[in-house]
Design a protein around this ligand. Structure first.
Ligand code: F3S
Length: 382
């Protein structure tokens, strides 16, 4: 591949894989079974990224492992409801088309593991998207580093990634024990993730005292990756690798009510909002059902606040009855989200139930933010 026999696009991709391996001291490469790519929104990659993808596609580059794509900057049919300009829409559709030409599945979600891209235990994969890669590392026991968009794409094109970091047994060991307390709700797991990221920054936390389900782990993974840089964690009695470690002698940190309250304080900086956006990471079928059950029979009284429900097109298709209920309150948008959409310029104050969005709305979208559970957010409009 490096010699160019497989084409120029493959040579460039392999050069990047090898360069990353050298930077991180990898001794060899490892074959991957899937990739998940970020760098899909025109808002985040701009004209430079569009040109880069155009060059790769024109050079005949194709992915050789199943590859999925992160959310883009708009719902491809309902972008006008998101206040998107025609120019942005044209460029966004071009980006999707280029990824598609390279063989990437363009369903565009940050929860590909709830759809058609589900790694198996022990699989080596190359995933970008910090929440998704932490989920598959931790909850499934697949192995990926925290890839960037270009690195994940290069790995998808070559079918290989540099064998370092979380691909290796020694780096998957816990570094700190977290004695955790939640009230069992999904939202409290989001606050737990926020508090842990704030407390430890990075490393591999080993949790005791919690029993997260898939939606709890989804939001916790996202939160710890945003408030810190955690890409792998273990939960005693829950995650597949947790039983294999002896954690005696590790530092123990208690995260309880007080710490969850501090996390909450940090993410709530304003009192009213213009937009409420749910679905970071993208809403699962269960979350769609739970929100629809909560909203059924209620009325939206505050017409000044817009509500977006963000999910994948796969989940939206599976939840037709729930979509009808939610659409009384606001659009159910597929394959996009409040952070990668260009909401700055339209809104200044946004509410979310996700610690990850609570971190990124101020920094990436110039928003003042509120982070509360779904029922408290909805109290502002019903
Ligand atoms: Fe997904 Fe957007 Fe949140 S990509 S994890 S919904 S910031």
């Amino acid at each position: 591949m490096l010699g160019g026999e497989s084409g120029d696009g493959v040579r460039k991709a392999m050069e990047l894989v090898v360069a990353l391996g050298k930077v991180y001291g990898a001794k060899d490469l490892v074959k991957i079974t899937s990739a998940h790519l970020s760098g899909a929104s025109y808002k985040t990659i701009g004209d430079g990224g569009l040109k880069y993808l155009g060059d790769l596609a024109a050079g005949g580059s194709k992915v050789i492992v199943p590859s999925t794509l992160n959310p883009v900057g708009m719902d491809r049919e309902r972008w006008k409801e998101m206040h998107i300009t025609p120019d942005f829409a044209d460029k966004q559709l071009k980006i999707i088309e280029l990824y598609g030409r390279m063989g990437v599945r363009t369903t565009c979600s940050c929860t590909p593991y709830l759809g058609g891209n589900v790694p198996k235990f022990g699989d080596h994969v190359a995933w970008a998207e910090s929440s998704a890669l932490s989920f598959v590392n931790s909850f499934i026991g697949a192995r990926t580093n925290r890839e960037g968009g270009p690195g994940a794409l290069a790995a998808a094109i070559t079918g290989r990634t540099a064998n370092y970091g979380l691909h290796l047994d020694e780096n998957r060991k816990p570094t700190v024990v977290i004695d955790a307390e939640t009230d069992g709700s999904v939202f409290s797991h989001s606050m737990l993730g926020q508090a842990v990221g704030m407390a430890i920054g990075g490393g591999v936390p080993y949790f005791r005292g919690i029993n997260p389900g898939a939606d709890d782990a989804k939001t916790m993974s996202a939160a710890m990756a945003a408030s810190g840089s955690v890409a792998l964690y273990h939960v005693e009695g829950v995650t597949p690798e947790a039983g294999g470690f002896d954690v005696k002698g590790l530092e123990v940190i208690h995260i309880g009510k007080k710490e969850l309250e501090s996390a909450y304080e940090k993410l709530n900086t304003v009192e009213d909002v213009q937009l409420i956006a749910l679905g970071c990471p993208h809403l699962s079928v269960k979350e769609m059902k739970d929100i629809a059950a909560f909203l059924k029979g209620k009325k939206k009284r505050n017409k000044d606040v817009e509500i977006w429900f963000c999910t994948s097109s796969e989940v939206r298709d599976k939840c037709r009855d729930e979509v009808k209920i939610l659409e009384e309150f606001g659009p159910v948008l597929a394959d996009t989200c409040m952070v990668v959409a260009p909401i700055e310029g339209v809104f200044q104050r946004t509410g979310t139930n996700s610690a990850k969005a609570g971190n990124y709305l101020p920094t990436l979208c110039s928003q003042k933010a509120i982070c509360r559970d779904v029922s408290k957010l909805m109290e502002m409009v019903i």
